[in-house]
Design a protein around this ligand. Structure first.
Ligand SMILES: [Zn+2]
Length: 487
């Protein structure tokens, strides 16, 4: 593989799009300049003052040009739950949040547990999505054999729920079934994406403590012990089978430390933290109630601090939104009946930047942006088989980026919300930083600079993937730094 020049000659008629005046966040560091785009790909990273001819030129006016965020944890509710969210609204929320690719979860109605249904689901989304997308496949205790037929085109990752609502068909409660899933995934090069909380622990607690009467009693009914027990089980299963796993929405200090230790010991275990576990703590429960009734539950300020430290120190592989909207009516029910989840794909990037900026005044904006580009873009791309075309600002890759103003200070209100549910747990928050323009494969899909925001066309595509998961030694600790040759 040859390394291309940083700049390549423009086509005779000029580039399709040129961005100038940016601070470009590349794998080699933050550079003053811009990018030139041709046929949806980054044709060149431009130096300061370079302004080649183009059909359209955008002056970034000093904003950061950050790789488009890849949110590998969304529930866009297609098919079957369109009253909560749909792809039109979900992908607009994504674009407005600087997200250019999403990976959707399989717990829809019906769930995505038949390999052939992946193409049918993509056909439902076709023509509705501003952003590109892939799917995590699902598995139930009765559908494990389907993993033998799963092709990388359909999915390279399988979501496993180790807990969930007592009527949910997709919760894997049988230890032998779980063992089999780990074995087949290892054999077939599938990455498991785990909701790792132990359903047995929660069943015992429900019998002993009874149903929570108020929101203050919710976290104690779904405590950290559920996550710790499940994480320990996962470590044991990975030792036995060698399966590559990514644990989503880790919420406590103890899980974070255990999983980092396992990764350091050479086990192919990585984990995600969500913007809401980084943003909220138990002290917000009285005020926000159902809006932050989440699974896993929101934990203490100490947990939150330790998750931030893990994120800054490189222990966290990805940030995700777990965008899981419910209607206002659903969230108005009693504490027992209100479903867990909140919208978040639009808030993900800004919420994480806001928290980082406040917690680390000693770090430069370049340093913060570089870290966000790793956990928000490069690492999710590498983990989920799309690192050959997404996740980095490098000539030859897809022209997916957002122009981010790190100095914008603004208050989130319901009027900003693009998700179909129309509410945000962050209403009233003062955010620092804002994605002002989002570009997906060279097309502007969000421009929020003017009085009324402008969206692009819903021409997002179902992405193909590399053949299987990366080997252990190419885990997120060593995301490939080599620059792929332009196709
Ligand atoms: Zn989720």
């Amino acid at each position: 593989m040859s390394t291309p020049d940083r700049t390549t000659a423009p086509a005779a008629a000029g580039y399709d799009l040129v961005v100038t005046g940016a601070r470009v966040v590349t794998p080699q560091g933050v550079l003053e300049g811009g990018v030139a785009v041709s046929e949806g790909r980054i044709a060149a990273v431009l130096g300061p003052g370079e302004t080649p001819a183009a059909a359209r030129t955008i002056d970034a006016e000093g904003r950061y040009l950050l790789p488009g965020v890849i949110d590998s944890h969304v529930h866009f509710r297609t098919p079957g739950l369109l009253y909560k969210e749909d792809w039109e609204h979900g992908s607009r929320a994504a674009a407005a949040g600087g997200v250019t690719t999403v990976i959707d979860m399989p717990n829809t109605q019906p769930p995505l547990i038949e390999p052939d249904d992946a193409a049918a689901k993509a056909a439902m989304i076709d023509g509705k999505s501003l952003v590109d997308y892939r799917f995590h496949f699902g598995v139930t205790e009765d559908s494990i054999d389907n993993l033998y037929r799963l092709q990388p085109r359909q999915a390279t990752s399988v979501k496993v729920f180790m807990t969930g609502h007592h009527t949910a068909p997709h919760v894997i409660r049988d230890p032998q079934a779980l063992d089999r899933i780990f074995a087949i995934a290892a054999e077939r090069g599938i990455r498991l994406v785990l909701h790792a909380e132990d359903d047995g622990v929660f069943a015992l607690l429900d019998d002993y403590l009874g149903e929570p009467e108020g929101y203050d009693a919710y976290e104690p009914s779904r405590p950290r012990s559920g996550g710790i027990v499940a994480a320990a089980r996962v470590v044991e299963l990975v030792r036995r089978h060698g399966t590559s796993v990514h644990i989503v929405h880790v919420s406590s200090s103890e899980e974070s430390v255990l999983l980092r230790a396992a990764n350091r010991a050479g086990l192919p275990i990585t984990f995600e933290v969500t913007s809401h576990h980084l943003s909220f703590s138990a002290s917000d429960t009285q005020r926000l109630g159902a809006r932050i009734r989440l699974s896993p539950a929101i934990r203490s300020l100490d947990d939150q601090r330790d998750l931030w430290n893990a994120l800054l120190e490189g222990g966290v592989a990805t940030i995700g939104s777990d965008h899981a909207p419910h209607t206002v009516e659903e969230k108005s029910r009693s504490v027992q009946a209100s479903p867990p989840g909140l919208p978040g794909v639009q808030e993900l990037l800004t919420a994480v930047f806001t928290g980082m900026r406040r917690r680390h005044p000693e770090l430069s904006t370049d340093e913060l942006m570089t870290r966000i580009a790793q956990v928000g873009s490069a690492q999710p791309a590498a983990l989920f088989g799309i690192g050959d075309r997404k996740g980095r600002i490098v000539a030859g890759l897809d022209a997916d980026f957002t122009l981010f103003d790190p100095d914008a200070v603004w208050i989130m209100s319901a009027g900003h919300v693009q998700a179909k549910c129309g509410w945000s747990a962050y209403e009233g928050w003062t955010f620092t930083g804002r994605p002002d323009v989002t570009v997906r494969r060279g097309e502007v899909i969000w421009d929020g600079r003017g009085e009324s925001p402008v969206f692009g066309s819903p021409t997002g595509i179902w992405l193909d993937a590399e053949s299987s998961v990366l080997p252990v030694e190419n885990g997120p600790a060593a995301v490939p730094a080599a620059v792929p040759a332009p196709a």
